[in-house]
Design a protein around this ligand. Sequence first.
Ligand code: ZN
Length: 161
Amino acid sequence: MVLPIKILGNPVLRERSKEVELRDPTLKALVKNMEETLRRAEGVGLAPTQVGILKRVIIYDVGEGLKVLINPMITRESEEKVEDEEGCLSIPGAKVPVRRAERIRVEGYDLEGKKIVLEADGLLARVIQHEMDHLNGFLIIDRTTESERRRVLEEMVGGPD
Ligand code: ZN
C-alpha cells in the first residue's frame, strides 16, 4: 500500500521516533508499505516519520536492492565532512547543500532480528545519515545554510516551518 508522504510544515516531521521491539509483528507490513511508497516516489530512502509513523526503522536503495535498518545507530563517523546537494521527499522540489560525514559505521537489525554492522561511505553514508535525521525530527533545511533554509521556506506553499 502506497502511503501519503507528509510534507514540510506537518509537525510529525519534527517528532523523535521510538525504538521498536525487534519482534514487533507490524514491522514487516510497515516495511512493505514503505517500500511501495519509496518506489512510487522514486526516492532513494524513506523513514516512517515521513508517513506519520514514529518508529526507528529506515529503508533505502542506492542501487543494490532494498535495505532495512531497524533501531539504527551511528557508532562512528569520520572527521572528514563532505558537502553535496540533497533533496527530500517531504520537501518536494528542494535541493540544498548539506555537509555530512564522508564515512560512518552504523549498527542496527534486519527484519529477522539479526544484528547488522555496516561501514558506509559516499552516497550510502549520506542517505543513511539523512534518513536517521528523520528519526530525530531533523530535516535538510536544518543542515544547510541560513540563506538556503530561508529560500526553501519562502518557496514552499504553506509558509515557514
Ligand atoms: Zn528526507
